[in-house]
Ligand binder design. Structure first.
Ligand code: GLC
Length: 570
């Protein structure tokens, strides 16, 4: 039995403390030279992940797809897109990752499929009223000629959530729901075929040794019967926030976070638990109240969820403290470990967010405000990494975070591929700036993303990516890459880190309150973390010794501004 698949309790609970690396396959490494990342590229760079010290990788969709939404428009959930490799390559990768001590999570996209999926093509051909259409959400339009969309729902990428089809006789016909792009028709989760098919997909990959799934838009799936208008329902009128508002939930929303969705997750959990070792799930559940999120993490549902409140929080101590406290409290209620996330493939990279002089709520390029101070962003980014890896539970690292990558804010218009760009009438530049292919070697063509003579990367890399190349950072002991490696090595060995509890430290050694700009906490046995978000030096707690700092210290008892220290008590 491999070390990965011991069946003792520690091993079965690996996900409670795991650091999971989000591997955005299109942009990780291009093995075959077509300009798009692939399985061969992952295989060739497993050593980078092992040296980094993460526990598992989550691979964004690698299934056959027309790529209208970078693979989140899945045409066949039980295959591999030829541009990424073959099913045999995928199986070999799972085996190689396991042999290297890494677990693998895949991305499950249950809310919608590609418009090229055979079911949708059959539904188009079969016409109104057919059983084939019942697997989706087809409706007649409103108005005398059916020219008005059936309700007021909007697409997350801009514009209406409805598209009208042309029927076989050439006339305009019914409309179908797509909460995302028109190429991503929503499935009808009241249909038994839909439930059975997704369960088959789970088993298909679990049977191939995959350790779990990230669930795309887990708060969707179920729609209110009758597909009513959202109208003026209270939830949509709430202002953006990072902290929960007691009493506010979105149970009255016709397509987000409906209570019935939890039955789906109970049946999936039973499938995951029927494997040895049990397989795990992480939810992408975007809900406005962390207590609603915790409902996805009840003991018989999903295992963990991305902490979007933490990701969305500006670099402001009072907001971060509130998010941490709310997160810990609500997760403890259901016995689930929290996760701590700084960046992903849908948001502007955190170094660029924290570089803004004005720290407002907002994670997309269009929402960032104020003058940019990149040195400050880098310093805060390093401090945030040590904070996120010290808090109780699991953590995520988005590929390129370990290289200190910034958002690429000036991609040429004609390079942009995110559907938000066109659907917003070219006002929202979308999410491509955090998806630019990784730099591996500063001096190589495409910075080593592809082999010699390869096609240009699918998004252009700016010249400054050379400074972030893996070979440059690996040779620099003060680099952000080294900080990640050191922190992950300490975390792996330290009994206080990962799953567990923490206590705030409210007072500096002189007895004065730490003040508004400092987050300090301790974890047993003997671990202390101090995050100095103020503009002043702060004294480290008495009786502690520095183990690791996010920025250099001039004096070993004093933490400079915008710096996190990991300390040993005693
Ligand atoms: C999730 C994914 C995002 C995708 C969307 C539709 O939010 O993270 O990238 O566009 O779902 O599948």
């Amino acid at each position: 039995m491999t070390e990965l698949h011991r069946s003792d309790d520690v091993d079965r609970d690996w996900w409670r403390s795991a650091v999971i690396y989000q591997l955005y396959i299109r942009s990780f490494a291009d093995g075959d030279g077509d300009g798009l990342g692939d399985i061969a590229g992952i295989h060739a760079h497993l050593d980078h992940l092992v040296e980094l010290g993460i526990d598992a990788i989550w691979i964004n969709p690698w299934y056959p797809s027309p790529m209208a939404d970078a693979g989140y428009d899945v045409a066949d959930h039980r295959g591999i897109d030829a541009r990424f490799g073959t099913l045999a390559d995928a199986e070999a990768l799972v085996a190689a990752a396991h042999a290297a001590g890494l677990r693998i999570l895949l991305d499950l996209v249950p809310n919608h499929v590609s418009d090229q999926h055979p079911w949708f093509q059959q539904a188009l051909a079969a016409g109104p009223g057919s059983p084939e259409r019942e697997r989706f959400l087809f409706r007649d339009g409103r108005g005398p000629d059916g020219t008005e969309r059936p309700n007021d729902w909007t697409s997350c990428f801009g514009g209406p959530a409805w598209t009208r089809v042309v029927e076989a006789d050439g006339r305009p016909g019914q409309w179908y729901v797509h909460l995302f792009a028109p190429e991503q028709p929503d499935l009808n989760w009241d249909h038994p075929d839909v439930r059975a098919d997704v369960e088959d997909t789970l088993r298909f990959w679990f049977d191939r040794g995959v350790d779990g799934f990230r669930i795309d838009v887990a708060h969707s799936l179920i729609k209110e019967p009758g597909l009513p208008d959202i109208g003026a329902r209270a939830w949509d009128k709430q202002p953006p926030r990072v902290a929960p508002i007691p009493g506010v939930n979105q149970t009255d929303h016709p397509h987000w976070d409906r209570d019935e969705v939890h039955d789906v997750y109970r049946s999936w959990r039973a499938i995951a638990d029927s494997y040895d070792p049990p397989r795990v799930f992480v939810a992408e559940a975007v809900v406005p109240d962390v207590s609603r999120m915790a409902r996805y993490l009840r003991a018989d549902e999903l295992h963990t969820a991305f902490n979007f409140d933490f990701l969305k929080s500006p670099w402001r101590p009072e907001l971060l403290r509130t998010v941490i406290e709310d997160t810990l409290r609500e997760h403890a209620e259901v016995g689930a470990p929290p996760t701590w996330v700084l960046s992903n493939h849908d948001v502007a990279r955190h170094v660029s967010r924290y570089a803004r002089a004005v720290q407002v709520l907002g994670v997309n390029l269009s929402e960032l405000q104020g003058p940019v101070d990149l040195e400050l962003g880098r310093r805060r980014g390093r401090a945030a990494v040590l904070l996120s890896l010290a808090l109780p539970g699991g953590a995520y690292v988005y590929q390129g975070d370990e290289l200190g990558l910034l958002e690429v804010e000036d991609l040429p218009d004609d390079a942009l591929q995110d559907p938000s760009w066109e659907r917003s009438g070219r006002t929202d530049r979308g999410r491509d700036g955090c998806r630019v292919p990784l730099p591996w070697r500063a001096a190589a063509p495409s910075f080593g993303f592809g082999p010699a003579g390869a096609a240009a990367p699918w998004l252009p890399q700016p010249d400054w990516f050379a400074e972030h190349a893996v070979d440059v950072l690996a040779a620099d002991p003060s680099s952000v890459l080294q900080l990640y490696r050191d922190a992950l090595a300490i975390r792996r060995a330290h009994p206080a880190l990962g799953d567990g509890t923490m206590r705030w430290i409210e007072r500096a050694p002189d007895g004065a309150a730490y003040g508004a700009g400092v987050l300090a906490f301790e974890r047993d046995p003997g671990f202390v973390c101090v995050v100095n978000m103020s503009a002043e030096d702060v004294a480290l707690p008495a009786g502690t010794t520095l183990v690791l700092a996010s920025s250099p210290l001039a004096d070993p008892t004093t933490l400079p501004p915008e710096t996190t220290g990991w300390l040993r008590r005693g």
